[in-house]
Design a protein around this ligand. Structure first.
Ligand SMILES: Cc1cc2nc3c(=O)[nH]c(=O)nc-3n(C[C@H](O)[C@H](O)[C@H](O)COP(=O)(O)OP(=O)(O)OC[C@H]3O[C@@H](n4cnc5c(N)ncnc54)[C@H](O)[C@@H]3O)c2cc1C
Length: 385
């Protein structure tokens, strides 16, 4: 049995873990990044990295970008309707195998130690430290960071589970010929009206299309039928599905604790995803970046350090995520009750399309949508509860 001592152990080498580990290593903290899978590993995800998420990183992701998107083909109830374009890129398309490996590599380059293919099974306090068991190995550290995703073990060990509710996404990798792939060029597909409170997508990659649908958990049983309807809408062959998997999308409950004792949670483990779009990579990166100074402060003797992380997330991230929770409720009402009106107000509305593009480019935030309501802002506060 091996036993090694670190300042910080980060569990999970997704975007949240890799960014946290890199930030800590850059700050001179002795950091171990532990991942249960061998890298590169598959992760159920559409692989859309918004411009605003890419801009958070201090390195270029171009080596793993397979498409640059600047427009969308909108359909309503799986019937094709209209194409919209934006003068600048909005989203970079990647596969998570390559994107996450790039991020983990950057963490290693900065000095973090990566151990992959090792699943953390137990986290427990040990004489003023944290003891982590992974197979036959035992590691100790002053701080543990749970970046182990929606099914995280660290949250449970820290007594922080049940801090979020979940939506569900089903994603299929669909192989397509050169002609079909070329037809998607710089476009993504977005389908509204099929699933109440959710949407379907076609995200093109280098050699395949990611086709999926996501929304409230109660529609779990219908997702596969709807996904196949979407394939038909875009003339894609069901027999070309190479892989189809579902995964949960966690949405943090207002005020739920994400730090306790010597540990904290980042990314999906903390439930930090957009309740409308399911986007989580931006929030995984951002929460990792917020965690770094809090952990460094804690290691330097600021006993309040990890609580400071939760306060910073509440102040810097939650106001925007609260708006997405309110928008998710509005989205559900509209798509349940009057879907054609909803389509008119969103996809067919030039102003809404431009605002959407500016939000995912990071030029505008969801908060500005709330601000534009002036005295009616309280509606958002009520809905975000
Ligand atoms: C169908 C679907 C489509 C999506 N599409 C998009 C999209 O296009 N754009 C976007 O921004 N977001 C998307 N998301 C959300 C996005 O995938 C997540 O928000 C993001 O991956 C969160 O990153 P993370 O680092 O917090 O967690 P993860 O990426 O889940 O990484 C957690 C890591 O921890 C590891 N791990 C887990 N348990 C242990 C353990 N016990 N020991 C060691 N390691 C462990 C896992 O193997 C994994 O590598 C999608 C989600 C779904 C379900």
């Amino acid at each position: 049995m091996k036993s090694t001592k670190y300042d910080v152990i980060v569990v999970g080498a997704g975007p949240a873990g890799a960014v946290t580990a890199r930030g800590l290593a850059v700050a001179g903290v002795k950091t171990l990044l532990v991942e249960k899978e061998k890298l590169p590993r598959y992760k159920t995800c559409a692989g859309g990295i918004n411009v605003r998420a890419a801009n958070l990183l201090d390195f270029d992701i171009a080596p793993v970008v397979e498409r640059v998107i600047s427009g969308a083909r909108f359909s309503y109830k799986s019937r094709y309707r209209l194409t919209r374009r934006y003068p600048q890129p909005t989203t970079y398309m990647v596969t998570r195998q390559r994107f996450d490996s790039l991020l983990a590599g950057r963490a290693q380059e900065a000095g973090a130690e990566l151990v992959d293919g090792r699943k953390i099974t137990r986290v427990e306090p040990d004489d003023g430290m944290v003891r982590v068991t992974a197979g036959g190995d035992v590691f100790t550290a002053s701080v543990i960071v749970g970046a182990d995703g929606v099914n995280g073990t660290v949250a449970t060990s820290l007594g922080l589970k049940d801090g979020f509710y979940c939506n569900l996404g089903l994603e299929a990798e669909v192989y397509a010929d050169e002609k079909t792939l070329a037809r998607w060029e710089d476009l993504m597909g977005l389908d509204l009206g099929t699933i109440p409170g959710g949407y379907g997508w076609v995200f093109p990659k280098g050699d395949h299309l990611s086709v999926g649908i996501g929304g409230p958990m109660r529609f779990a049983k219908k997702l596969e039928i709807w996904l196949k309807g979407l394939l038909k809408c875009y003339n894609l062959d069901e027999s070309h599905i190479r892989l189809m998997r579902g995964a949960r999308l966690p949405v943090r409950k207002k005020g739920s604790p994400i730090a306790a004792g010597r540990g904290l949670l980042v990314g999906d483990a903390a439930g930090l995803t957009d309740a409308v779009s399911g986007e989580g990579i931006y929030y995984a990166i951002k929460s990792g970046q917020i965690a770094v100074p809090a952990v460094v402060g804690f290691l330097g003797g600021e006993r309040d350090g990890l609580a400071a992380y939760q306060r910073a997330v509440d102040a810097e991230m939650m106001p925007e995520l609260d708006v997405t929770r309110a928008l998710a409720k509005i989205f559900t009402w509209f798509t349940t009750g009057t879907p054609p009106l909803f389509f008119k107000l969103t996809a067919e509305n030039e102003r809404v399309w431009r605002a959407f593009c500016r939000i995912i480019r990071g030029e505008k935030s969801y908060l500005s949508v709330k601000e534009e309501l002036g005295p009616f802002r309280f509606i958002f506060d009520l809905l975000a509860r």
